[in-house]
Design a protein around this ligand. Structure first.
Ligand code: NZQ
Ligand code: ZN
Length: 382
């Protein structure tokens, strides 16, 4: 356990079927001029947009919208939303969507007050000292962005996809989680979301330092995700199943899985982001490809840590068996585990290695050398 640490997650989480009735009152605490952000179409198609727009209109807010935010959002998404915010002197941001919309909103909220260039903020070259208050309404359980201070933005020019955060500034003030808003998430993104939840628990499990309770929080979240995954895929409109997955998402990266530790490793995310930036691969799909490869890379380096996870999770001390069970689970929910079976070529392999080396893909706790990157990518093709 770390000698000294502070815990402060200031997000007010509103969870359940009827929570949206509280939304207008909550927004009005921060202002009347609202920048309303959403994605490419699902919020409109399934009626979530209209529900919220009606609430805003009925309560006399001045609403300025920016929509069409891409999955795996880029600096362009942030800049366009930022311009809309600045032109209209907005006081509060409302994000309706999954991690991509939420992360874009976080970046906009940090850049607007001091007119900071987004990529400088992402790279910690310019540090914001103010943020526009952000309120989120989540439509996809996956990233935990609703409950943390991080955002992940990609730069298509430099081929980088980077996570950054400025706690406590970049925490949403409030997050509204109605599991019914996730009924419409298709099977593939439901599965990718579940992989992401599990990956956040894994990353923290492999972070620096020791905390038995944090290990058990992480493993409990993974067990819950593994339990509810087949149920929710079979019955996507079951409230209990969606609610459980949504709560797992909110907890997995809320801080509890690293209480008493140094933080997470994030080497697998760092590698997976390269697949997203190069091939626009959904985040969860990239993680289910990298994790088995990373486990195999680390098998003889950190056997004790892997055995602890294997025994807590699947009641085995056989690391290869643990990796196979993890792969089987990912495959059972149709999330890929190999680049080879996904049709990637030798040419892709060289490109991936090149960009991973260029981006210095590595973990905080388990550093990856250039040779490790090659070995990792080779394993992703096995
Ligand atoms: O764009 P629309 O039309 O809304 O469609 C989205 C998108 O195509 C759709 N969708 C969302 N809610 C839906 C829905 N479809 C039907 N019904 C609904 N209720 O799902 C697709 C994926 O949405 P997206 O927001 O991209 O997914 P996710 O929540 O997985 O977010 C992924 C992004 O978050 C980053 C990832 O790297 C990626 O860029 N992450 C953010 C983190 C954070 N801020 O803490 C941590 C994570 O590790 C992750 O890196
Ligand atoms: Zn993730």
């Amino acid at each position: 356990m770390k000698n000294q640490f502070t815990i402060n997650n200031p997000v007010v989480l509103h969870f359940g079927k009827d929570i949206l009735k509280d939304l207008p009152g909550v927004i009005s605490r921060y202002g009347k001029r609202v920048l309303f952000l959403y994605g490419k179409g699902s919020a409109v198609k399934y009626g979530y947009y209209q529900k919220i727009r009606d609430l805003l209109d009925e309560n006399g807010f001045f609403v300025f919208e920016y929509s069409g935010i891409n999955p795996n959002p880029s600096t362009e998404d942030v800049e366009a939303a930022y311009t809309e915010g600045i032109n209209n002197d907005i006081e509060v941001i409302l994000a309706l969507g999954g991690g991509s919309v939420t992360d874009t909103a976080k970046a906009v909220s940090l850049c607007i007050p001091e007119r900071l260039p987004v990529w400088d903020v992402v790279k910690y070259k310019k540090k914001p000292s103010k943020a526009i208050p952000l309120i989120t309404v989540l439509t996809l359980a996956a990233t935990g962005s609703e409950m943390n201070a991080f955002s992940v933005i990609q730069n298509s020019e430099t081929k980088e996809k980077l996570g950054f955060g400025y706690p406590p500034l970049s925490y949403p003030k409030h997050s509204f989680l109605n599991p019914e808003f996730t009924y419409s998430v298709p099977a593939d993104y439901t599965a990718y979301g579940i992989v992401d939840i599990i990956a956040h628990a894994f990353e923290n499990f492999f972070g620096g330092g020791d905390s038995s309770l944090a290990d058990r929080f992480a493993v409990s979240i993974i067990k819950e995700a593994v339990h509810y995954a087949p149920l929710v895929l079979k019955e996507p409109e079951n409230y209990e199943y969606r609610a459980n997955i949504m709560l797992q998402s909110a907890c997995a990266l809320s801080g509890i899985t690293s209480y008493g530790k140094e933080g997470g490793d994030w080497g697998v995310h760092s590698a997976a982001h390269v697949l997203s930036v190069l091939y626009d691969m959904p985040h969860g799909a990239s993680l289910s490809i990298v994790y088995p490869a990373w486990f195999r890379l680390q098998k003889n380096r950190i056997p004790e840590r892997l055995k602890r996870l294997a025994s807590l999770l699947f009641d085995t001390e056989n690391i290869e068996h643990f990796i196979t069970l993890t792969e089987d689970f990912f495959l059972s929910i149709k999330s890929p585990v190999s680049l080879k079976t996904e049709g990637f070529s030798e040419k892709d392999k060289s490109k991936i290695i090149h960009v991973m080396r260029q981006n210095k893909v590595s973990g905080n706790n388990y550093k990856l050398s250039s040779d490790d990157i090659t070995a990792l990518v080779e394993l992703m093709f096995s």
